[in-house]
Each structure stands twice: as structure tokens, then as C-alpha cells.
Design a protein around this ligand. Sequence first.
Ligand code: GTP
Ligand code: MG
Length: 194
Amino acid sequence: MKVTKAEIVISAVAEAQYPDDNLPEIVLLGRSNVGKSTFVNTLIERRRLARTSSQPGKTQTMNFYRINDRFHFVDMPGYGYAKASKTEREKWGKMIEKYLRNRENVAMIFQLIDSRHDPSEDDLLMYEWLVHYGLNPMIIGTKADKISKTNQKKSLSHIAKSLNLRSSREVILFSAETKLGKEEVWEHIEKVLK
Ligand code: GTP
Ligand code: MG
């Protein structure tokens, strides 16, 4: 998809603020600092639409971006952000959970996992929770430019194995640096938007 229009609609913290234009929503989930906001920017080729940071905990609200007036990307706060207070983390957790369980616009979920490491406990819990509610996410292994080709293969099978996926082909390796995976991700998005 050629992105000709990309704009922030709202940084929401509550249901009443979700956009009401009824567009399909494509959701980004993952640990803090895994590269969710960068993933959005890379896909739409806008370097700074979604705010990113080398410090975890950058995104603290549910950010809705309207793309080509066709769909929204919903960039979520990361889970497992250690520096946030327990109350804060619980608040974000509830906000995300409420959104995922009630929002009818959800067309697709990308769960991002750092391809350099085995999925964390939080990653596994999130994944299982999503599957339990029938919200099967598509798994993205991020920061693939930081590992060698050999380790990329290993990483794919590690992630697939930890999540009990049928095959490592169900994981897409992604890099904001080399754009690895970008076209494949767009193909999936276009398929669900049809
Ligand atoms: P929170 O908003 O805190 O939940 O984090 P996030 O998941 O949105 O991560 P963000 O996109 O802000 O990226 C975190 C850091 O990882 C930034 O310094 C990015 O530049 C870096 N990063 C993201 N994707 C890639 C990638 O594909 N390759 C490399 N080398 N760095 C990346
Ligand atoms: Mg972010």
C-alpha cells in the first residue's frame, strides 16, 4: 500500500476517546522498547510520526494513527516497563485489556518480540491471553539487523518453539534498518483490509 496520508487521531486513555469513524484497527503489542512505534514509522515511511525512544516507556497512551483514511494503527504502551509504578502498569494493563476485549474494530494484532532474545515471561503471557480470547496475533521478530543471518534462523525457530507455533514460518523477522519483512507485513495488512 502506498501511504499518502498518515495522521495522529488521538492519544487515548479511555474508551470514550476512541475514534468513532469505524475504520478497521491494526494493533501493535509488545514489551516496552521492542520497537512498536518504530514498526509503524517504518511501514508508513514517516520517520517521526509515532514517537520513539531508546529509553523504554516512551508510549504511555493508546495512539491511534489514521492511514490513508482506510484504517488505524493503534500503537500501545509496552508491557513489562519496569520503571513505571505498579499502579501505573496495572492501569495500562487494564486499559489495553479493555480495548482488546471490547473493541469490535480490531482487524489484526501484531505482537512484537525482540528477535535477539527468547520470548520473555510477559511475551508468553500476552500471547496466551490473546489466543485464549481468540485474538490470534501475528508474531513479528524485531531488530533483526542486530543479529547474524545464522542467528536469524535460530531466532525464528526459538520464538516459534516457545510459543508452540506450528512452524517458524508463522514468525516474520523485521528490521527498521534494513526494511526486512516490510513488504511481507504489508501483504498481510492488505489481505485483512480487503
Ligand atoms: P515503548 O513505547 O516504550 O513501549 O517502546 P516501543 O516498542 O515503541 O519501541 P520504539 O519504537 O520506541 O524503539 C525502541 C528503540 O529500539 C529505539 O531506540 C529504536 O530506534 C530501536 N529500534 C526499533 N526497531 C529497531 C530495528 O529494527 N533495528 C534497530 N537496530 N533498532 C530498532
Ligand atoms: Mg512506543
